[in-house]
Structure formats: structure tokens, C-alpha cells
Ligand binder design. Structure first.
Ligand code: SF4
Length: 545
């Protein structure tokens, strides 16, 4: 990392290899060097202000990880989003709903959020999460100017986070509220590109309507008597509406200035198949946006993850020049015999078409293979990655048979209509699985390839039923795949990286052990044919059942 002259250093290292510690040590070493340098300068010339910047941001994905890191590195300052702080002035609210204008000075002084933030800003080492830092540097203007180094953990999700920042989404409710029906030609390519022209025209009109809305909101804000406490709820509401409206205006401006035939237009539907929103996003991440929202905020970025695509793909998905990226892949030092990846005997064709047609023969083959693996692991706990709700259903419907034959108890979570609820349900079942100290418990899930830590006896086996290809119903995925060779490579590699993540849920330390089984022919095919894209530490562990 130290020798690299590139703006971005990627460290691709297996789970449990001590990435967080390495990142922190690197930041601390730079901090120490800068301190020493400054002291020398001050000694040489007492009138010269120290020129070095002495902070670094360690950024991870979510507050749970932040808390975990805080206990590992107690001298660092953890800063979470506003919603995690109670408002001292209005205890029923959080700092997210801050009514700063009306908050009495003594309450402001005691403000928990403010106190934490100042402490974090003064600390040379801050532990932040992606949502918080990107909001701060782009909309508030702090945690940026004085910070030459960002160390980003689980950074393979950064491209998606960036994309979410510029995706323009017109919800049906918003369209109704503005009172402007959508263009006659919904598809941008309709009538030889007339569709796109109409959308731009439409967005221009919407921009004017949003400006009027913003003007009205600001007027209402200025008319509120901020000394009247009964007005507080209204004030909070107004502040939040103003924030939302300003963001919308910013995204419409991005759209109007940058949209092209290359952008992806999509109708987003609810679970009943009704359109709930229209969205626009670029096919790949344009450098201009990535620079504006991310790269300009620090001199150096260290991106760490267990899985990272090669440089040419990072350049496309994260909007940066390939020559600005350095790449270091670290091998696993866990003994190979402790972490075999086993190609199941009698693999199954789990391609989408086969599943959709519900081919009985393949379903039975899959269940038979799972049965064989469970029999081998009698009394042990494990995880079954199904990757689709359909396969999840097959496995769970057969749980009575598995219990009778192998004694395993299978638990799973349900798909929910609402994304938030889905997360909660999965979280609850995951927690139950981890806390229930019962032998033979098996967690079955289509969406637990990441962020799950199952060391030692918590899971001794993992079964991957299906190659986790991205969903081709997602227009961005299909357009990338069908439009270019780099898109084809990206699609292939995304599946490999997701598989590596699934494999990494078990065997979390050097003395831990467990077996990963792969059943899908497509995954086996990829290991055989696309070897150069698979990490060496996985290939060296592959065995045939
Ligand atoms: S500044 Fe005042 S109103 Fe705002 S979050 Fe802090 S205590 Fe609450």
C-alpha cells in the first residue's frame, strides 16, 4: 500500500485474514509518520504551521460492523448517522429530525449528536459507515477536507452505493402530486429516439414544478414561528421535505445534463405487478459522477474486500481510470485441508430455465444430493445457499423428510413484499440460528451470501445449490451483459465473486474447519473453464466428492 503511487489501492484478501487490522495499522503508520514529520518541521521553523493532514477515515458497511470495530480499536471515534442519536430538545425525535433553528442554546450545547461529531472530527482515526460519510462529504461538507486517506472495508459494495446516489427515480405518487402525466412514449428508444427527447422535455417541466415546490416549502419555513413549541412537528416535517426536494432537484439536474441513449430506463413494479416508479441510471458509472461524489474527497483510497473484480471492471463500475488502480491479491493462510470445496457427485443442471419449468427430475436429483450431504454431516450444523426462492421452497418443503432421515432441522426466512421487512425477517431468523445452540440445525436462505459470520461449530458445512448469477430481469444487468464484451466478463465475474462470498461464511479462522459443497453444473463449469478469475486459495481447495 505504501509503495503504491495510485489513487486507489485494492486489497483483495480472504475472510478472516485480518483486513481490518491491516487497514487500521496502515492508517496508524501514516498518521505516526505525519506526526513525526510535523514535529520536525515545527522544530526547524517554529513559525511554520504544520502542513500535514493527520486524519484518516475507516469506512465500513453498517453500524453493526462499526460497533465491532470500536471494541477492537477503542481509541478510534465511531460516528453513526443522525437517526442513532436521541434529540435532547425533543426526546421523542432523533437528531435526524433536528429543529436546529428553534433549539435553545443550552440544549444545542448538550446535543449528543453534535458532541459525538465534534469528538469524531477531532480524532485522527474515525470509523464511519458508507451512508453517513457519503452524505456528510457531499451535502454537509465535513469529514473530507482534512482527510487524505479513506480506508474502505467491504468496498466491493461501493459501486452500488455510488449508483444509488445518482439513480433518478420518479415514483408514481410523486408524479401524481406534481400533476404531470408521463410522456406519451414511455420507452426512450421509441419512435427513433423520440422517447428520450420527450422524457427530457418532461423532466425539464418537472424541474420547474419541483423548484416551485421548494420555493413554497422555504416560504412556509420562514413563516413558522420557531419559538412556538407546538410548531415543532411541522418544522421537522418541513425540514425533511426541503431536504428531499433539494435532492430531487439535484438528481433531475444530473439527468438533464447527462442522460443519453446509454442510460437504463426501467419500470419498477410492486409485488402485484403494478408500476410503482420509473427509474433512470447510467449503464456504467461515468467518471464525472464518481469524481464528484467519491474520488475528490480524499487523496488516497484503500479498498478492501474478500472479493473484488479485476481492474478493468472496477474502472467501469466505479468510474476511475484503470491506471489509477493498484491491485493486490492476498492468499489464504488457512490450511487447505480445513476448507475443502467439494464438487458433488452427480451434479445438477440448475439453469434458470430448468428451475422455472420445475423439472421434476432435477429437483429430485438436487434433494437427493442434499440428503446425501446431510447424512454425511449428521449432528452438525450448516447453511444451504439456495439463491432463489423457488429452490428455497423445494428444500424447505422437503424438510420433514430430511428430519426423519438425517435428524437435521431446517429453518429459513420468508420473502416479504417490503424490502425492509424482508431484512428484518432474515435478521430475526439468522439471529435465532446463531443463538440456538442446537446440533443439526441448518439455515436455508437464498440471500445470505454476505455479512454472515458462522465460525466453528456454528456451521461445519455449506451447500451451494445454484450458481449465483445476477438477475437478468434487472435491465442494467441484461444490458451490460448483451451490449459489450466487458459486460459479459462483468456478469461472469459477479457470479464468481458472489460464490466466493457464500463459501466464506464458514471456516472463519485458522483452526476452524468445514466443507463447502457445490451442486450446480454451471458453477462447476466455471471453476473448470474460468480458472483465471477464481482466487487461487479456492482453486487449491477444490476436490471431487
Ligand atoms: S441541535 Fe437541538 S434540536 Fe437538533 S438534534 Fe441537537 S438537541 Fe435536537
Amino acid at each position: 500500500m505504501n509503495n503504491s503511487k495510485c489513487k486507489v489501492s485494492i486489497i483483495c484478501a480472504p475472510c478472516g485474514s485480518g483486513k481490518s487490522l491491516a487497514g487500521m495499522l496502515y492508517g496508524a503508520a501514516l498518521y505516526g509518520a505525519a506526526m513525526k514529520d510535523n514535529k520536525n518541521k515545527d522544530k526547524d521553523n517554529k513559525n511554520t504551521a504544520s502542513g500535514h493532514k493527520l486524519h484518516f477515515n475507516y469506512i465500513c458497511n453498517g453500524i453493526q460492523l462499526q460497533s465491532q470495530l470500536q471494541s477492537d480499536f477503542p481509541t478510534a471515534s465511531v460516528m453513526k448517522g443522525r437517526a442513532n442519536f436521541e434529540c435532547n430538545y425533543m426526546p421523542s425525535l432523533t437528531a435526524e429530525d433536528c429543529v436546529y433553528e428553534t433549539c435553545p442554546p443550552q440544549k444545542k450545547e448538550m446535543c449528543e449528536y453534535k458532541k459525538h461529531k465534534i469528538t469524531a472530527l477531532l480524532n485522527p482515526v474515525r470509523i464511519l459507515n458508507y451512508a453517513y460519510i457519503l452524505n456528510e462529504v457531499n451535502y454537509i461538507g465535513q469529514f473530507s477536507a482534512d482527510t487524505p486517506l479513506w480506508i474502505c472495508d467491504e468496498a466491493d459494495i461501493l459501486d452500488q452505493t455510488l449508483q444509488n446516489m445518482i439513480e433518478l427515480r420518479f415514483s408514481i405518487n410523486m408524479i401524481k402530486a406534481i400533476g404531470k402525466g408521463i410522456p406519451k412514449f414511455k420507452t426512450p428508444n421509441a419512435q427513433n429516439g423520440q422517447g428520450l427527447k420527450l422524457w427530457k422535455q418532461w423532466a425539464g417541466e418537472v424541474r420547474e414544478a419541483v423548484k416551485v415546490e421548494l420555493y413554497e416549502l422555504l416560504k412556509q419555513l420562514s413563516n413558522i414561528d420557531k419559538k412556538q413549541t407546538f410548531q415543532l412537528e411541522r418544522l421537522t416535517e418541513l425540514n425533511n421535505s426541503i431536504k428531499r426536494t433539494k435532492r430531487m432537484l439535484e438528481r433531475i439536474n444530473i439527468f438533464l445534463n447527462h442522460v443519453s441513449e446509454d442510460w437504463i430506463f426501467e419500470e419498477q413494479k410492486n409485488s402485484y405487478g403494478r408500476v410503482k416508479a420509473y427509474s433512470w441510471k447510467p449503464l456504467w458509472m461515468p467518471e464525472v459522477f464518481a469524481e464528484q461524489y467519491l474520488w475528490r474527497h480524499a487523496e488516497k483510497f484503500v479498498l478492501m474486500s474478500a472479493t473484488f473484480p479485476p481492474r478493468q471492471i472496477v474502472a467501469k463500475t466505479m468510474g476511475i481510470k484503470i491506471e489509477d488502480i493498484d491491485y493486490l491479491e492476498i492468499k489464504s493462510d488457512f490450511p487447505v485441508k480445513n476448507r475443502p470445496v467439494i464438487i458433488a457427485d452427480n451434479p445438477v443442471d440448475m439453469r434458470f430455465k430448468q428451475i422455472e419449468n420445475n423439472i421434476q427430475e432435477n429437483k429430485e436429483k438436487l434433494l437427493k444430493t442434499i440428503d446425501r450431504i446431510l447424512t454425511y454431516h449428521k449432528g452438525q450444523r450448516g447453511i444451504i445457499h439456495t439463491h432463489s426462492w423457488k429452490i428455497n421452497g423445494w428444500v424447505m418443503k422437503n424438510r420433514g423428510v430430511f428430519k426423519k432421515r438425517t435428524g437435521h432441522v431446517l429453518i429459513s426466512h420468508k420473502p416479504e413484499k417490503d424490502d425492509k421487512e424482508k431484512m428484518q425477517t432474515r435478521d430475526i431468523i439468522t439471529k435465532k440460528f446463531i443463538e440456538k445452540q442446537v446440533n443439526g440445525l441448518v439455515f436455508v436462505s437464498p440471500s445470505s451470501g454476505r455479512g454472515l459470520d458462522l465460525p466453528d461449530d456454528l456451521a461445519r458445512f455449506a451447500i451451494i445449490c445454484k450458481a449465483p448469477f445476477l438477475n437478468l430481469k434487472d435491465k442494467q444487468v441484461s444490458q451490460r451483459l448483451y451490449r459489450s464484451d466487458i459486460g459479459k466478463l462483468w456478469y461472469k465475474i459477479s457470479m464468481i465473486l458472489e460464490s466466493v462470498q457464500m463459501m466464506g461464511r464458514i471456516v472463519r479462522n485458522r483452526t476452524d474447519w468445514g466443507k463447502v459443497y457445490i451442486i450446480d453444473l454451471a458453477l462447476i463449469d466455471s471453476i473448470a473453464k474460468d480458472r483465471k478469475y477464481w482466487p487461487e486459495y479456492i482453486l487449491e481447495a477444490v476436490e471431487v466428492e
